[in-house]
Design a binder for this molecule. Structure first.
Ligand SMILES: NC(=O)c1ccc[n+]([C@@H]2O[C@H](COP(=O)([O-])OP(=O)(O)OC[C@H]3O[C@@H](n4cnc5c(N)ncnc54)[C@H](OP(=O)(O)O)[C@@H]3O)[C@@H](O)[C@H]2O)c1
Length: 388
């Protein structure tokens, strides 16, 4: 039996899958977009090299079944080959659905990947549940389902309010994904994980995801920011988020159905983060000009009209998307996850400066290494590694 996982080639998914490989014995069936198995292996290595060396990666392949498919496929069953789909339905005893489009600007991408894609994953879970039963369906959602907020501490059970406006298509579609999972899998034990802003790793500086990190570096480099100094920023590190997902997914029974994976009341304020950065980088903290949010947003909108090649275009588009999440001074209560995991996330102020320095040093690009040749007896595309 195995855990079917979507999104393992992505940032959080690679953390979750590698923790499961390290700390549990289950086989993993990974939905990967790819032309063929060799390409899928390469994509997985790209994501996994943050967590393991090539030798361990090749060893891990013995426990991984690659499922070539696409959440947006026009073909039935997520585009998975019919024979493979049958085997998958028989072998799946739990599901962790992580894949999503995080494109906050595109209704189309969010509709296709998040809504149609999640429906496809739910149908697979229904088929597996009808065949042998499903132990758990874990759905990785987001705190963005809470919609537009202002200076609040949001609790898990009251976060979704259908009368509230959303910031973007991403939040709106992720909210409906949760609804579909609840409505369409009534008999399956479910866990909803809602990470807040995931940035960095408490144990090391390297990351493979830069969007939010880059927006944070842009803000940190400005002489003035349109943020209240005491506004709290609910930032959480990826290793905390992923270990909670892997641990709670594998539990026989969880205490709750929904978990905020966040810093909650422990979230640091803008001035605390700026001071931590200033202490470590020798730079002065920016001036805080909360009344300037509207003119600042107007400036960002104007910069968005610049040609894409203009160096200001990327920072402007990142600020456009992430600014609401930085200025809304809202945190997501994490009492449940801290109690159940027996630990709290490390405050962002403890790893913000090294992350800032490293990310700028590599110019917001992870130094990816190609997969070295396989050790003797192991091949990337050989029969011995085909889906069982
Ligand atoms: N990162 C955050 O700050 C954050 C915060 C809150 C919640 N989350 C949630 O965490 C989850 C993972 O986010 P992430 O940051 O790890 O995102 P990511 O790095 O962009 O990874 C997205 C994953 O989804 C896969 N995917 C996208 N479209 C697909 C499709 N059509 N078919 C199959 N797979 C597809 C990607 O595959 P490819 O490799 O083929 O592109 C990739 O493996 C999402 O559900 C997101 O909503 C993230």
């Amino acid at each position: 039996m195995s855990i079917f996982i979507t999104g393992a080639t992505g940032y959080l998914g690679s953390y979750v899958a590698s923790i499961l490989l390290d700390t549990h014995k289950d086989r993993l069936s990974l939905l990967v977009r790819g032309r063929d198995r060799a390409q899928a292996v390469d994509k997985l290595w790209r994501a996994f090299q943050l967590h393991m060396d090539a030798k361990k990666f090749y060893e891990s392949l013995a426990r991984i079944d690659f499922v070539l498919g696409d959440l947006t496929s026009e073909a039935p069953h997520l585009g998975i080959a019919p024979d493979q789909y049958k085997k998958l339905v028989r072998s799946t005893d739990s599901v962790i659905h992580i894949a999503a489009s995080l494109n906050r600007k595109s209704e189309k991408a969010c509709l296709n990947t998040n809504l149609r894609g999640t429906l496809g994953v739910i149908k697979l879970a229904q088929d597996a549940n009808a065949t042998g039963g499903i132990r758990r369906f874990s759905h990785v959602s987001t705190v963005a389902v809470a919609g537009q907020r202002d200076r609040e501490t949001v609790q898990e059970d009251t976060a979704i309010d259908w009368n509230r406006s959303d910031y973007d298509p991403y939040g709106r579609t992720k909210k409906f994904c949760e609804h579909m999972v609840r409505e369409l899998l009534p008999d399956v034990p479910k866990t909803f994980f809602r990470p807040s802003i995931v940035m960095g790793d408490s144990r090391r500086v390297e990351t493979t995801q830069f969007d939010m990190v880059r927006a944070f570096c842009v803000l940190a480099d400005l002489p003035a920011v349109p943020v209240r100094p005491d506004a709290r920023l609910d930032i959480v590190h990826a290793d905390f988020v992923a270990s909670a997902i892997a641990t709670l997914h594998q539990k026989k029974k969880t205490a709750h159905e929904i978990y905020h994976l966040s810093s909650g009341e422990g979230a640091k304020t803008a001035i605390e983060i700026a001071t931590a950065l200033a202490g470590a980088t020798g730079k002065s903290p920016p001036r805080f000009l909360p009344g300037m949010e509207k003119p600042f947003s107007g400036l960002v909108n104007t910069m968005m009209n610049l040609p894409k090649a203009n160096p200001l275009f990327v920072p402007a588009s990142l600020l456009k998307v992430f600014l609401p999440y930085v200025t809304y001074d809202t945190v997501f209560d994490n009492t449940r996850v801290c109690k159940e995991m027996g630990k709290a996330p490390v405050p962002f102020t403890e790893y913000a400066a090294p992350l800032y320095r490293w990310a700028k040093g590599v110019n917001f690009e992870y130094p990816y290494q190609p997969l070295p040749a396989a050790p003797k007896g192991v091949s990337r595309g050989s029969k011995s590694l085909e889906l069982r």
